[in-house]
Write a protein that binds this ligand. Sequence first.
Ligand SMILES: [Zn+2]
Length: 219
Amino acid sequence: MPVAALQASTLDPQTAVYDQIVEAGDSFLHKIEQGQFFRIVDLEGNQAVDTLFYNARDYADRYSAQDTIREQGNIYLTTGTRLVSLFGNVLLTIVADTCGRHDTLGGACAAESNMVRYDLGKRHMHACRNSFLKGAMQWGHGLGKRDLGPNINFFMNVPVTPEGKLTFEDGVSEAGKYVELRAEMDVLVAISNCPQLNNPCNAYNPTPIRVLLWDANVL
Ligand SMILES: [Zn+2]
């Protein structure tokens, strides 16, 4: 276990300029301006929040799990993690985290991975990749299937064993835990609030999340 960098935020939800509930299984896309603070709250606990970030001016410049891991020399994300893009830009920095560990290795669930991992009959179950694609189509502005790359799974517990294997374990998050990020440039966030029912990432019960935004001058 790495040392968790638990850090609470001083920002008050009453002063947020945006405050929204994202239901279990829904997608959410929103632009975040440079300097704004973005918080994701795991309202009921043990909910995986599959998330992608893009440079708002160029969607080809998206979040890169590989570059982020290499830059920080750690496979888990927490307070202090700088989210690096494919073109080497820092998109956002995690500035507060009351959960302590977030995954960026496990990927987003898809019809294909559900069939391989669980059963052929799981093909038609709702999966994150469908939610991302639906959200991208609704957002428009050229965002499409080719832009759906490796993602972050906030609040998801995917430990790497001493043998180097990935396992999807019961979550370490609890009701009310949150992660907060500061945008270092104008970014687009895309969330799939994971509908997965075949592994313990959502405690077999997907639940809503809350997303909030504060302007840069709130501090
Ligand atoms: Zn999922």
